[in-house]
Design a protein around this ligand. Structure first.
Ligand code: ADP
Length: 385
């Protein structure tokens, strides 16, 4: 696995059970997964020679992030390396302009948008899409960095000119009146066998996912629509392994926002909440083994992210308090808890969404920044039983 962050760390846990020899290409020896794996190569995934050296010791190469030298990877594939997903599939995740072109050509439902390389005609584009609008850097964004809401032509021109100066295209799109953000994790084997996890709601605050609710508490018809759209997206992207499809629900339609070609935050609930986790299924797909059941083992699962607290305290200082919350499964990623940084998550499975949400939030508050707007925990939910 290229990359050694928390996704590789959780994939490593799944690899242990299957006795798969998971090797890591880590940028630094203290990366989250490098701390716990004995099979670490240090190198730069953006460097062709480092990728080549790593590929030479692997039967199959997969990824915990998309920031890979795709030209180098494509050359390695041409020379016989098996990459799952392939460079061609990964390109959808590294470049939002490419992704939009491909999904639009396939007729998938998307926010109305235009890809621009400079400010020519931008005011007209904005008038057509309606102000305020959303501008996204085609490359390099994550957790809302690289996304701007702009009120008018001057602000739009400033953002696009800045991106153009760095040689990056911009996706300019209508602002959707979001009711709910959804995600669907699809896992595909090389031969095309596929499993699809239930559609989840991702509760975002300031561009960062704070909670994942499985299944999304919406009309089953909306979940079916999300499932169908995600399968179509998976056909277009052609990724082996986990593909996460992020979606918008505006009260009328399901629209595709973006895709990730790797295990995804919206699937972490599956470690405790599904028969087979997204990490186990990613490994099975990449190793071309039969996929496991994505069905839920309880009526609901809530996964709340742990973000570093404003006072910079170590999440481990709150571990005992978090573990005292009934049913709270705590995952910490071994990262420095800078304020606002995603350093772990807590999953609670159960019968009742409000209760699971309260308990996940109570554990998160012990470890880091409180989940915004989370109701206080009540009666006995704070005690381990
Ligand atoms: P990133 O790659 O940084 O996660 P996204 O494209 O997912 O960027 O956008 C981050 C967040 O910005 C989304 O989760 C959503 O809350 C908001 N957003 C993005 N596009 C739109 C849009 N067209 N209309 C309304 N909100 C949007």
């Amino acid at each position: 696995m290229v990359g050694a962050g928390q996704l590789a760390r959780m994939t490593h846990q799944a690899a242990i059970a299957l006795d798969l020899d998971l090797r890591l290409l880590a940028a630094r020896p203290d990366d989250g997964a490098a701390q716990v794996s004995p099979r670490v190569e240090i190198g730069d995934p953006g460097s062709g020679p480092d990728l080549a050296r790593f590929a030479a010791i692997c039967d199959v190469v997969t990824f915990d992030h998309e920031l890979v030298d795709l030209d180098a990877l494509a050359r390695l594939e041409a020379a016989g390396t098996t990459a799952r997903p392939s460079a061609a599939a990964l390109a959808h995740a590294t470049d939002k302009a490419h992704q939009r072109r491909r999904l639009a050509a396939a007729g998938l439902p998307l926010p109305r948008h235009v890809v621009v390389a400079d400010t020519d005609g931008l005011a007209r584009v904005g008038d057509d899409l309606g102000w305020p609008l959303v501008i996204k850097s085609a490359r390099g964004g994550y957790d809302g960095r690289g996304v701007w809401m702009v009120a008018g032509p001057d602000a739009a021109a400033e953002v696009v000119a800045q991106l153009a100066a760095g040689g990056t295209e911009a996706v300019v799109e209508e602002r959707i009146d979001l009711r709910t953000e959804l995600a669907v994790v699809v896992v595909t084997r090389p031969g095309g066998d596929r499993v699809v996890y239930p559609a989840v709601e991702t509760v975002q605050v300031d561009g960062i996912c704070r909670e994942v609710l499985a299944p999304a508490p919406l009309d089953p018809a909306v979940l079916d629509e999300a499932d169908a759209v995600a399968r179509e997206v998976a056909d277009v992207v052609g990724a082996v392994g986990v593909l996460a499809v992020e979606l918008f629900w505006d009260g009328r339609r399901v629209l595709v926002n973006e895709v990730a070609t790797r295990p995804h935050n919206s699937g972490h609930w599956s470690i405790e909440g599904a028969v087979t986790s997204q990490f186990a299924n990613h490994l099975r797909a990449v190793a071309d083994l039969p996929l496991g059941d994505p069905a839920m083992v309880a009526p609901v699962a809530v996964c709340a992210n742990v973000l570093g607290a404003a006072d910079g305290r170590d999440p481990l200082a709150g571990l005992a308090a978090a573990l005292a919350v009934r049913g709270a499964s705590v995952h910490l990623y071994g990262k420095d808890a800078r304020p606002g940084r995603k350093v772990g998550h807590v999953t609670v499975i159960g019968d009742d969404l409000p209760s699971a949400r309260r308990r996940a939030a109570a554990a998160v508050a012990a470890l880091g920044d409180p989940v915004p707007g989370a109701p206080a925990s009540t009666d006995g939910e704070g005690s381990a039983r």
